[in-house]
Design a protein around this ligand. Structure first.
Ligand code: NIG
Ligand code: FE
Length: 417
């Protein structure tokens, strides 16, 4: 099928000669075509430009193209959510009330709630139940313009359930319109069974789970919650290096609640990304800039935990490539609304509207090793495209808390209209 999206008020291409995640000033360069058009053949972008330019370059394709009129609208790449805990059993609204009454996230977790509560529910849930529940969440993501989602395991903390979560994500990748990219996160918490001997749980992850994940091709990435009272930097290093040996790319939940030199560790082990970073140190930020580690910032989590956000402004200024994601999970960020999270990045992290668009498209795609495939509207890339009900991109953040998604094109097909 050939598709032509025409007459966009602004066609935000995010195209660039740079073939890596954008840093510094590059994050403000949206590369906008006014009155722009975009030509798609099958699942790929053929060309972007004005209608006249496309007519000249591709007269035959233009002749047979089906037309999608984007007059008065903004057209941009599909949003990429580079950090979610997508597959989980149950919900935790009871803990939300406890936190509103003054309990902290860590207090609830240490008392057997938090990740442990969701682990219990996820262990009890059947494969089919998890699949149906997650399918519905993905529908919601898609309606909000998200076309690729990263999904972490980590609510099993035993092999059987970790595998179940990853298999659910795999089947969703096969059957749902959204692309689902898998991360193994067996090191999300120390389960009750290992409370007295956490190193034995690390042994289990390193010696048994990671090799099986790799052998079965269940994930591309390996993540760990490096946090005081969860996994130490030493344990985290061991887990990430073991994953690397088996071809799993390191990611890390770093410096979320207390400073723990997680950002430094991310740079040291060559992690593709470090995530959260609410309390990352100056030194850690500089190390990440040096190493080119993508900072995946999650201002929705800070909002929902009533914590101060990560220092996004400083990170951009220091040359760290920044991405922004939802952290969708049942405890610290139960939302699929990446558009709302983008607004929080402007409000609470001092990022500009341009930087925020870069952070949720091209930089997010680099955080999940998809920078060559998605995240910008360029010839040869996957045709994941949004038509938005706004006149200019600034209105996306200005009219906040709303869903501006009008049409979603995924792999060259209209999937939301
Ligand atoms: O990214 N920090 C650890 N993990 C999640 C929360 C998981 C949960 O509370 O269920 C996060 O915030
Ligand atoms: Fe997370």
């Amino acid at each position: 099928m050939t598709l032509l999206i025409t007459n966009a008020n602004q066609l935000i291409t995010l195209a660039s000669a740079s073939k890596k995640a954008r840093t510094g000033k590059e994050m403000t360069e949206l590369n906008i075509i006014e009155n722009g058009s975009l030509l798609i053949e099958e699942d790929r972008i053929v060309a972007v430009g004005t209608k006249e330019e496309l007519q000249e370059q591709h007269p035959e394709l233009m002749e047979k193209a089906e037309i999608l009129d984007a007059t008065g609208s903004v057209v941009m790449p599909g949003l990429v959510d580079a950090h979610t805990h997508l597959v989980f059993g149950g919900t935790r609204e009871n803990e939300f009330q406890m936190r509103l009454n003054g309990a902290t996230y860590m207090e609830i977790m240490n008392a057997g709630g938090g990740i442990h509560a969701t682990t219990k529910k996820t262990r009890e849930s059947s494969f089919d139940h998890l699949y149906e529940k997650t399918y519905a969440h993905l529908n919601d993501f898609l309606r909000h313009g998200i076309t690729t989602v990263e999904a972490k395991s980590g609510y099993g903390l035993d092999w059987e359930t970790e595998e179940k979560q990853l298999q659910v994500a795999k089947k969703l990748q096969e059957n749902h319109t959204i692309d689902v990219v898998r991360t193994f996160m067996g090191a999300h918490a120390v389960p009750a069974e290992y409370k007295e001997n956490p190193d034995a749980f690390v042994d289990l992850i390193v010696n048994e789970m990671i090799p099986k994940v790799a052998e079965l091709g269940l994930a591309e990435f390996n993540d760990v919650f490096c946090e005081k009272g969860v996994f130490t930097p030493e344990q985290s290093r061991r887990i990430l290096l073991a994953g690397k040996e088996h071809g799993l790319i390191p990611k890390i939940h770093a410096d979320e609640i207390e400073p723990y030199e997680g950002a430094e560790l991310a740079a040291e082990v060559g992690a593709i990304s470090a995530e959260h970073l609410l309390v990352a140190s100056d030194k850690g930020i500089q190390a990440m800039a040096q190493a080119g580690t993508v900072a995946v910032l999650l201002p929705g989590t800070a909002f929902f935990l009533k914590a101060a956000s990560a220092r996004g402004r400083l990170m951009v200024d220091e040359g760290v490539p920044v991405a922004i994601s939802t952290d969708f999970n049942p405890g610290s960020s139960p939302t699929i609304s990446l558009p709302f999270i983008m607004n929080l990045a402007c409000m609470n992290m001092g990022m500009t509207m341009e930087e925020v668009l870069t952070a949720t498209t091209i930089n997010a795609s680099y955080a999940i090793n998809r920078g060559n495939e998605i995240g910008s509207l360029e010839s040869g890339k996957k045709a994941d495209v949004l038509i938005l009900n706004v006149e200019n991109y600034q209105q996306l953040q200005y009219f906040y808390g709303m869903n501006h998604t009008k049409t979603v094109v995924k792999n060259g097909k209209v999937v939301v209209d």
